[in-house]
Design a protein around this ligand. Structure first.
Ligand SMILES: Cc1ncc(COP(=O)(O)O)c(C=O)c1O
Length: 293
């Protein structure tokens, strides 16, 4: 089936999908995005993703391009046209097209909207059995990491370095030694006294939707957790570590900077949480029911 994209009001063949050269997203990374997982034809935590999209836009003073209902209709249509039942929906909104000038356009322009979908392969058994390797890198990003901005160059550089080092992800570290998050994932550890720890949702990190949902899952499972910064040193000494994102749910981390975490195998709590999270994702209607509650 040929791929179809949505670009500024039109459904177009993916190969021909294009934006204007003076789109501020292209020139200044003046835009935001969301990646929403699709499981069995349902957008996982759609309302939470749209909440975050609206918040990111508000923080950058970009107008919501259309109603939430309209965004939902477009994502459903892009999924339909691409025959997508499992994978990801990518949505991006930029400030729009205007002559190149750092200042916002004097008369507001129409925000530009792009939506695409992608089929994803299930995580390999090899990764589930052995976990992933992570390397640490200095966090050189700006101070508003809570905004899901398309400005991802530091993330790309660190991810490439991880790849070149044979690792799956880079965890980013502040000058004070604390881990903020991964380049495209949130970072978690399980301490020696079995406490689940992830950084609190401040401007230092992107508040992952998987992070939010996993905290709910942990609470429902009676698992104690703390939202606080943890150091790289603490992570190296942790019983378990894992990393979360919409595209991967939860992947156990079994090595950081070449050193094994815990016994070097995916941790028991990590595996239990991954399973519990997937069960929640797979429960038909779970998201709509929660959103309505
Ligand atoms: C920097 C960063 N942190 C965390 C995440 C995880 O967020 P989510 O769970 O919403 O996918 C992402 C996802 O792209 C990210 O880019």
């Amino acid at each position: 089936m040929p791929r179809t994209a949505y670009v500024n009001g039109r459904y177009v063949p993916h190969r021909q999908a294009a934006v204007h050269i003076e789109d501020r997203g292209y020139q200044f990374a003046d835009g935001v995005y969301e990646v929403v997982p699709v499981f069995g034809g349902t957008l996982v935590d759609e309302e939470l993703h749209l909440d975050r999209l609206e918040r990111s836009l508000r923080e950058l003073r970009i107008a919501m391009p259309m109603s939430r209902q309209a965004l939902k209709m477009i994502s459903a249509e892009v999924m339909r046209r691409n025959g997508l039942t499992n994978g990801l929906v990518y949505m991006q909104v930029t400030r729009g097209v205007a002559p190149r000038d750092h200042k916002f356009p004097k008369t507001p322009v129409k925000p530009a909207v792009v939506m695409t979908v992608r089929q994803t392969k299930p995580v390999s058994q090899e990764i589930l059995d052995n976990g992933i390797k992570v390397v640490s890198r200095p966090d050189i990003r700006w101070q508003r990491r809570d905004i899901k901005s398309t400005s991802l160059l530091p993330n790309c550089l660190a991810k490439q370095e991880a790849h070149e080092a044979g690792a799956y992800e880079a965890w980013l570290v502040e000058p004070d030694g604390t881990v903020t998050e991964g380049t495209s994932t949130n970072a978690w550890i399980v301490t020696k006294d079995n406490k689940l720890v992830t950084r609190s949702a401040t401007n230092s990190i992107l508040n992952g939707i998987t992070r939010i949902s996993l905290l709910k899952v942990a609470a429902a499972e009676g698992i104690e957790f703390e939202e606080r910064p943890f150091t790289l040193e603490e992570a190296l000494e942790a019983r378990e570590a894992f990393t979360t994102a919409s595209s991967i749910y939860l992947l156990p981390v079994t090595e950081i900077d070449g050193k094994p975490i815990g016994n070097g195998h995916p941790g028991i709590l990590s595996q239990k949480l991954r399973q519990a999270y997937i069960e929640r994702v797979a429960k038909p209607g779970a998201f709509q029911a929660e959103a309505a509650a």
